[in-house]
Design a protein around this ligand. Structure first.
Ligand SMILES: C[S@@+](CC[C@H](N)C(=O)[O-])C[C@H]1O[C@@H](n2cnc3c(N)ncnc32)[C@H](O)[C@@H]1O
Length: 256
């Protein structure tokens, strides 16, 4: 993580192809490699939105839909409906199968699309979530502007993304795990060497939490905060679309 990110090839075809290839093992590896913490991080993100049951939430980079499902089913604070957007067809297919079996699954719609060109209308969501997806998007500023465009004034944004622990002892151990152990286990289980080598490389190359906060502020968000979770292994980025701020272009909603 850096204030001046190292270029990493993140064209849509490469990223979507990689996630499509690991889609069958994606959920298993998430649970395994995070020791189950991924669920807690998603729950924290949904809690932070303080949903009332009336909102439309757009979950960008939804993948197999775990954050979308948390947004629709979290006890006490969930959305009325969720639209999950991702450009990897196989990830969405596994997500659709999971939604089909879930009691609240019918309130989630999955849309194939790019987070840099969201196929939804201006001001169509009360909240936007992104779980471990923003670092994969080629143009982060463009995605932030798009999120701003689809949010209603006063709408809330919650982004989960990997970070680096600030405590030296934890950081050393975590760095070893993240750059040595995790790619090996990921490669063995997914049988895809590139994806789990890409994970630490993409985290290293991505913006630091403070640089992402600055980008969100530049895109028209206020109350921007970056909260470290689990010693800073993950950051929860929160922001609010400024009331009355102008949105970008006027794109028609395409929901499939
Ligand atoms: C690490 S997975 C995260 C999935 C899910 N949000 C979760 O919490 O498990 C990242 C997902 O982002 C998607 N993605 C990456 N860049 C994208 C983009 N520009 N537009 C849409 N989806 C994107 C990938 O296809 C992949 O499914």
């Amino acid at each position: 993580m850096t204030d001046d990110p190292t270029p990493l090839r993140k064209d849509a075809r490469r990223i979507a192809g990689m996630f499509d290839a690991i889609a069958p093992r994606y959920d298993t590896l998430n649970r395994l490699l995070s020791a189950g913490f991924d669920r807690r991080w998603r729950a924290r993100a949904i809690d932070a939105l303080a949903l009332s049951g009336r909102e439309t939430v757009v979950d960008l980079c939804t993948g197999t839909g775990d954050l979308a499902l948390a947004a629709i089913s979290q006890p006490g604070a969930c959305a009325r409906r969720v639209v999950g957007v991702d450009f990897a067809g196989a990830m969405l297919s596994f997500g659709a199968a999971k939604l089909h079996k879930h009691p609240a699954g019918a309130s989630v719609r999955l849309v194939r699309g790019d987070a840099s060109k969201i196929p939804l209308a201006d001001a169509s969501a009360e909240a936007v979530t992104i779980g471990f997806g923003i670092r994969n998007v080629d143009d982060t500023l463009e995605a932030c502007r798009e999120i701003h465009r689809i949010l209603r004034p006063g709408g809330r944004l919650a982004i989960l993304e990997f970070g680096m622990p600030s405590t030296a002892a934890v950081r050393g151990l975590y760095r070893w795990y993240f750059t040595r152990a995790l790619p090996r286990v990921g490669r063995l289980v997914s049988r895809h060497a590139e994806a789990y080598a890409y994970l630490p490389a993409s985290v290293k190359a991505f913006l630091s939490p403070s640089a992402l906060s600055a980008l969100l502020a530049e895109s028209g968000f206020e109350d921007v905060r970056a909260i470290p979770l689990s010693f800073g292994v993950v950051y929860l980025h929160l922001a609010t679309r400024r009331d009355g701020a102008e949105s970008g272009d006027h794109r028609a909603a395409i929901i499939v």
